[in-house]
Ligand binder design. Structure first.
Ligand code: NAD
Ligand code: TYD
Length: 341
């Protein structure tokens, strides 16, 4: 099969490409990626020589280039990971989230419709909004996004579903929990906290740190997507996570313990506006297809922290480069106001 993986140079996309090429030796993958700050060729450095992998640098909003690429490459399936993905970035500069996540996905749908290609869309548990205690989101729950990021992802989900209903386009959607693992850009909490801990820098916990997340290993997300691609019902949505959540303070403890660092690095800083208190998904629908996660959330976070300890050469250039400006903007005032050195 010929697969177009959009956003394949990002965190989850690159893990998926690596996994898919290993597991499906007959298949060819074309990565279509704009190479934003989060998209890094080096995430697949050891694989670019493979005759089964190639890269097209482009924007998913460029309809002509997407169409031409699909035609030239004989694309039979599009898996759409391409997105702006960080909630804090969506608070600082939201419009690009609409451009890529909503309009970009819409362009992919149009090309898929024109050329008759199946599209699998990667979504998130954040589209459900924050979840009251005692409930776990199921796929039929109403979407109730609360950040510009989540709203743009929810809009994309609804376009994908509208194309299935209106045009009969063969689509599937997976909604992933918070992923952790290799090659996650250090703006996200687990890699940020891990790399800060390694550098003995303060760890900025938003608010009381009692927000709850399901920290799932990216490997399990990849096997979940594979399960849906191979066995999922066309037109359906599937949640992918462990079904078990922990507080951010528990996550921080695992990171510190794994890296042998002291709790005194923790700083409680001004909370994120509109911070969702809890995400939690029921994953029985995917389990019914025979899928099971390999990692529990504690193992997933510990494994991720260990990867950052072992792969300083990957993240050091990022942290000392463009990332610094974002870090200053996002954290300087917060950390100065945390009342601790
Ligand atoms: P990421 O930010 O690490 O990577 C995003 C990739 O998309 C990058 O390679 C970037 O260059 C590319 N991209 C961005 N805009 C583009 C555009 N206009 N055209 C083409 N390429 C573009 O993201 P990630 O964490 O790997 O997330 C991948 C997908 O999974 C996203 O759709 C995200 O919403 C979803 N998701 C992420 C998580 C998580 O915890 N990270 C959880 C659930 C779902
Ligand atoms: P993040 O990785 O940004 O994922 P999301 O907001 O999409 O769930 O954050 C995970 C959790 O960690 C979330 O509750 C916000 C919190 N957080 C902090 O406390 N401090 C930080 O510096 C960051 C980036 C996140």
């Amino acid at each position: 099969m010929n697969i177009l993986v959009t956003g394949g140079c990002g965190f989850i996309g690159s893990n998926f490409v690596r996994y898919w090429l290993e597991q499906h030796p007959e298949d060819r993958v074309v990565v279509y990626d704009k190479l934003t700050y989060a998209g890094r060729r080096e995430n697949l450095q050891d694989l670019w020589d493979s005759p089964r992998l190639s890269l097209v640098v482009g924007d998913i909003g460029d309809q002509d280039l997407v169409r031409r690429t699909c035609q030239e490459q004989g694309t039979q399936l599009i898996v759409n990971f391409a997105a702006e993905t960080h909630v804090d970035q969506s608070i600082l500069g939201p419009l690009v989230f609409t451009d890529t996540n909503v309009r970009g996905t819409h362009v992919l749908l149009e090309v898929a419709r024109e050329l008759g290609i199946r599209l699998h869309h990667i979504s998130t548990d954040e589209v459900y909004g924050h979840i009251r205690d005692g409930h776990q989101s199921v796929e039929t729950d109403e979407l109730s996004p609360r950040s510009p990021y989540a709203a743009s992802k929810a809009a994309a989900d609804q376009l994908v579903q509208a194309y299935a209903i209106t045009y009969g386009l063969p689509v599937t959607i997976t909604r992933g929990a918070n992923n952790v693992g290799p090659y996650q850009y250090p703006e996200k909490a687990v890699p940020l906290f891990s790399t800060n801990a390694i550098l003995n820098e303060p760890i900025p916990v938003y608010g009381d740190g009692l927000q709850m997340r399901d920290y799932a290993h990216v490997y399990d997300h990849c096997t979940g997507i594979e399960t849906v691609l191979l066995k999922g019902e066309i037109g359906q949505v599937y949640n992918v996570g462990t079904g078990r959540e922990m507080t951010n303070l528990e996550m921080v403890d695992i990171v510190l313990e794994t890296l042998g660092k002291d709790h005194s690095l923790v700083r409680h800083v001004t909370d994120r506006p509109g911070h969702d208190r809890r995400y939690s998904m029921n994953v029985d629908k995917l389990r019914a297809l025979g899928w099971e996660p390999k990692y529990d959330p504690r193992q997933a976070v510990a494994e991720a922290a260990r990867w950052y300890a072992a792969n300083q050469a990957w993240w050091e250039p990022i942290r000392s480069g463009e990332f610094r400006e974002y870090y200053e903007r996002q954290y300087a005032e917060r950390l100065a106001g945390s009342g601790q050195p």
